[in-house]
Design a protein around this ligand. Structure first.
Ligand code: ZN
Ligand code: ZN
Length: 175
């Protein structure tokens, strides 16, 4: 939604396939979700975007919006992403994740997206130091997260994927 680089979306889709074995269908770029704008904050309400995504007729197990604008939740000044734990809708923002290094920008977007889809599967935050399900609220923390789950979250993801789809994801483990 909004001014989104299509390569970013492709990178996210590729990582959803590689890490979680999820097939993706990338939709055409949509306009900025003005219905979610809160003038008082000059930001967009992630919860309203999730509501709108949830209302889209079924067609896929999960819906993930990648938005160019800054998003917030009522208790936080901003969020990189927001999702329904065990639900169907997630939103991520690339507003604060741009870097002069394109790989860094892509890695950040992929990390936030996989993290939020992890929540959709039902995985909660993880304190393991080597796990993408760790909470991050600034770029230093985000950059320090690996683009993978710890063994425990990996196992849980496999179990939940099996529960949802009746088969393990077709994961392709890189290296
Ligand atoms: Zn989280
Ligand atoms: Zn973990």
């Amino acid at each position: 939604m909004g001014s989104i680089d299509t390569t970013t979306v492709s990178v996210i889709a590729a990582n959803l396939q590689t890490i979680l074995g999820l097939n993706t269908r990338v939709l055409a770029v949509q306009p900025v979700p003005e219905y979610a704008f809160l003038a008082r904050r000059g930001q967009y309400d992630g919860g309203k975007i999730l509501q709108a995504l949830t209302a889209v007729p079924a067609g896929s197990q999960f819906r993930l919006a990648v938005v160019a604008v800054d998003i917030f939740t009522p208790i936080l000044t901003f969020v990189f992403g927001e999702s329904q734990l065990g639900g169907i809708a997630a939103v991520i923002s690339v507003f604060r994740t741009k870097s002069n290094n394109r790989k860094t920008s892509y890695d950040r977007a992929a990390k936030i997206a996989i993290h939020e889809v992890g929540h959709l599967l039902g995985i909660v935050h993880c304190r393991a130091p080597d796990c993408l399900m760790g909470f991050s609220n600034n770029l230093d923390k985000l950059d320090a997260l690996p683009l993978r789950f710890c063994d425990a979250c990996e196992f849980e993801a496999g179990r939940l994927l099996m529960h949802l789809f009746g088969k393990p994801g077709e994961r392709r483990r890189p290296g």
